[in-house]
Write a protein that binds this ligand. Structure first.
Ligand code: MN
Length: 282
């Protein structure tokens, strides 16, 4: 699929979401983002072929094998979307609040490329989601079907939980904040691509997670200091986030372009007057 559709739907001068960029490595991470757009839904994303294959799951994933969750495949997202948590400004595609609800790694059970056959079995090792799942493509008989409908199903194993209620888990895997807390936290809208996505060696296999958490912590700590989201503040956040973690100072330059982009952003009120696109729920 590539990232063309992702790019086409977004104005990167307006949204704090990461730019479209293919990643090289073949790590197998997954993320579930809780996304309160015009309708609340969850976005389930598997790292595969240098992108995040993505599905919008209206009711969210479940650990109850009796729940077969509708999952609408949406455009591939860049791997750097993996730890995006914050606010997509009004008037932009998917405008609303995004929480990193769960993160972890996945392993295919069987052939990875069975995805093309519409039957993907995999094991998740996340903070909230664990164990075996399947994504099964539905062959819809509806004439207007786009062929994007799948079902996300938990298999029976040591991790299944009959009666699973996703609403009991309204906290970020990175910052422990609730969706409301994220929504009220203006500072979280400043996307910082200070972490290089992928291309890590075998040592420190969970570095990616430590980086994401450190970045989110630095941002939250700064936020509690009461700084505002001016371009100057954005630059400060990025510099602090970069220096808060040993070995990441060299990546501070990545933050510069972010600060520049933030400085070049028009006032948010200009964005709110724009029409919300038809598919903004995703
Ligand atoms: Mn979404």
């Amino acid at each position: 699929m590539g990232l063309e559709e992702y790019k086409r739907k977004r104005d990167f001068k307006q949204t704090p979401e990461p730019p479209p960029k293919l990643a090289k490595s073949g790590q197998r991470r997954f993320v579930v983002q809780k996304h309160r757009a015009s309708r609340l839904h969850y976005d389930f994303r598997l790292e595969m072929d240098g992108v995040l294959k993505s599905w919008a799951v209206p009711k969210g994933p479940s650990l109850d094998p009796a729940d077969k969750r509708l999952a609408m495949q949406v455009e591939d997202h860049p791997v750097s979307y993996f730890d995006f948590e914050g606010i997509i400004p009004a008037g932009n595609y998917g405008a609303g609040t995004v929480m990193v609800w769960d993160v972890g790694t996945w392993e295919p059970q069987g052939e990875v490329h069975e995805m093309r056959k519409g039957d993907l079995k995999f094991r998740l090792n996340g903070q909230k989601l664990k164990g075996d799942f399947a994504l099964v493509h539905i062959k819809s008989r509806r004439p207007d079907s786009k062929g994007t409908e799948w079902l996300l199903i938990k298999h029976r194993d040591a991790y299944d939980q009959p009666g699973y209620d996703i609403d009991k888990y309204d906290y970020s895997a990175l910052t422990k904040r609730s969706l409301k807390e994220i929504a009220g936290d203006e500072g979280s809208a400043a996307w910082e691509s200070s972490r290089k996505a992928s291309t890590r060696g075998g040592s420190g296999k969970n570095d990616w997670l430590a980086d994401s958490i450190a970045k989110a912590d630095a941002k939250t700590a700064r936020k509690s200091g009461g700084a505002k989201t001016s371009s100057t503040a954005a630059r400060t956040i990025t510099a602090k986030a970069a220096s808060a973690v040993p070995g990441r100072i060299k990546e501070a330059s990545a933050g510069k372009s972010t600060a520049k982009r933030a400085a070049g952003q028009p006032a948010r009120s200009a964005a709110t007057s724009g029409a919300v696109k038809k598919n903004s729920t995703l």
